[in-house]
Design a protein around this ligand. Structure first.
Ligand code: ADP
Ligand code: MG
Length: 399
């Protein structure tokens, strides 16, 4: 386990914290969705209670290593100020003279937000010199707090190099992410099932390869199911298929069989000629999809077949929607799975949902509060499910 802010004395310290405020900004320069800011509040409030002088850093978008007003964190600082009801100073830069002065004058209990860390080209280069300049803002006696789960799969200056220079611990948000992923990956209550879907097999090969060694069953839906079905010579019409992944899909099915891991693929489908609410859709009560049609959602027989498996599971990890859930005509399979995962959780299962679109689905179908853990990092959660160690976590102090 990694040390958290509860395991270290922070009273009256200067703290440099990395958060993930990569939030959508609208054309009026306002924060469009403040979820990520709200998720950081517990950590920030705790640090303020400890009378820390707090310097916040985050990235926003991809500004290509130079200042770009479009990616300024000013709207974010304003939103944070509103949410914590406390003044938040925003620096014009990162390690320029003016910002250094602001940092030097920062008093205990005050908050300063640096500009977008990616305005400096050295951020993505994991640069020791840049890390030293960041450290000089807080001094030798400071602490580094990592709470940006969405960024810890990258070894950047603000996620790695800086953590080598100061005592580095996780904030509450990162701590919770690590706790859930460690639990499901290292000591899951059984049966343990994975529900995988979404757009591409290629995105999730590593996840399947790793989870085959850990789970009791895998439910596969979404577009990637069609590559698996075609690899078994089932007709998939015009469904999205990754032709160059057919052998790999076959290999994964064989491996699962050897390991006695049940892989469940769709047995019926909702299809249409294209992914649109403006064309006619129909239900196909067979595993084969007729020519000219695309599989865009799992059918009702597939749902009833997976229902018992989900409801009797004690650990569930879900990544990837079962169909094109953004469209009314193809949302039902994902909606049913969301309700089933919520039900299983209420009966005592531990459920973890990861992936940007899967998280949107869980919110859309209003079961977010019934899931044990909704991960805040798409890429980072995938890498953990792939069995990788993440540099930004690895570098933190052990308990
Ligand atoms: P996540 O963000 O949860 O990891 P992905 O990004 O892998 O999920 O996949 C989500 C996308 O997959 C959604 O936009 C959804 O519309 C699409 N999708 C799901 N099923 C299908 C399908 N059968 N055909 C085409 N696209 C699909
Ligand atoms: Mg996605």
């Amino acid at each position: 386990m990694k040390k958290s802010i509860k395991d270290i004395d922070l009273k009256n310290k200067k703290v440099l914290i990395r958060v993930d405020y990569n939030v959508p900004i609208n054309e009026n320069a306002e924060v469009e969705d403040d979820t990520r800011i709200r998720e950081s509040l517990a950590t920030i409030q705790y640090l303020i209670e400890q009378n820390c002088a707090l310097i916040i850093m985050s990235h926003l978008g991809r500004p290509k290593g130079k200042p770009d007003a479009k990616y300024s964190l000013k709207p974010v600082a304003k939103k944070l100020q509103e949410l914590i009801n406390k003044s938040v100073k925003i620096a014009e830069g990162i390690v320029d003279e003016k910002t250094k002065q602001l940092a030097k004058n920062l008093k205990n209990g005050e908050i300063l937000m640096l500009e977008n860390i990616r305005f400096d080209p050295r951020e993505e280069k994991n640069d020791i010199e840049f890390a030293n300049e960041l450290k000089s803002l807080v001094g030798d006696d400071a602490v580094f707090v990592q709470d940006a789960f969405g960024s810890v799969h990258r070894a950047h200056t603000s996620t790695y190099a800086i953590a080598k220079l100061l005592p580095a611990v996780c904030g509450f948000l990162l701590e919770k992410e690590i706790k859930y992923f460690e639990k499901i990956l290292n000591s899951p209550e059984r049966p343990f099932i994975a529900i995988l879907g979404g757009a591409k097999v290629s995105d999730k090969i590593g996840v399947i390869e790793n989870l085959i060694n850990k789970v009791d069953g895998i439910i596969i839906g979404g577009a990637m199911a069609y590559t698996f079905l075609l690899s078994k010579e089932i007709k998939v019409g015009n469904s999205l298929v990754e032709k160059d992944k057919l052998d790999l899909a076959k290999g994964l099915l064989r491996k699962a069989e050897e390991k006695k891991v049940n892989i469940l693929l769709p047995i019926d489908h909702i299809v249409a000629t294209q992914a649109s609410d403006n064309v006619e859709y129909k239900y196909i009560d067979s595993i084969d999809i007729p020519d000219g049609y695309m599989g865009l959602d799992i059918g009702k027989n597939t749902v009833s077949r997976i229902a018992n498996i989900i409801l009797s599971a004690k650990t569930i990890v879900w990544n990837g929607p079962m169909g094109v859930f953004e469209l009314n005509n193809f949302q039902e399979g994902t909606r049913q799975v969301a309700l089933l995962v919520a039900n299983a959780t209420q009966k005592g299962a531990t459920s973890v949902v990861g992936g940007g679109d899967s998280v949107s689905a869980v919110k859309k179908f209003k079961v977010a509060d019934k899931i044990s853990h909704i991960s805040t990092g798409g890429g980072a959660s995938l890498e953990l499910l792939e069995g990788k160690t993440l540099p930004g976590i690895e570098v933190l102090l052990d308990k």
